[in-house]
Design a protein. Structure first.
Length: 91
């Protein structure tokens, strides 16, 4: 019998599987992709998504500051639609 995992654990597993962001190697794009997945894919509000992006940020080189993380989430939240993907597509 399969054991169901919580949404929090699913999100953490997703974030942990994402490639880390490295400065000079498309680090912004990698982090922004995670922000989009949190906001659009898991249908999270920016404040709810922040702890998960902070978790991801622990592996970034160098880590983003709080203002930069919040900006990435706000930018992701402003996107109106993901082509071919409905809000919550990772749920």
């Amino acid at each position: 019998m399969k054991t169901r995992i919580s949404l929090t654990e699913r999100i953490e597993r997703y974030v942990d599987a994402c490639p880390e962001a490295v400065a000079g190697n498309h680090g912004h794009a990698a982090t922004y992709k995670v922000a989009i997945a949190l906001i659009h894919g898991f249908n999270l509000a920016p404040e709810t998504a922040l702890p998960f992006l902070e978790r991801y940020n622990q592996r970034c080189d160098p880590p983003w500051n709080d203002k930069e993380l919040r900006h990435k989430l706000a930018s992701a939240h402003k996107l109106t639609a993901r082509p071919g993907k409905a809000w919550g597509y990772l749920l």
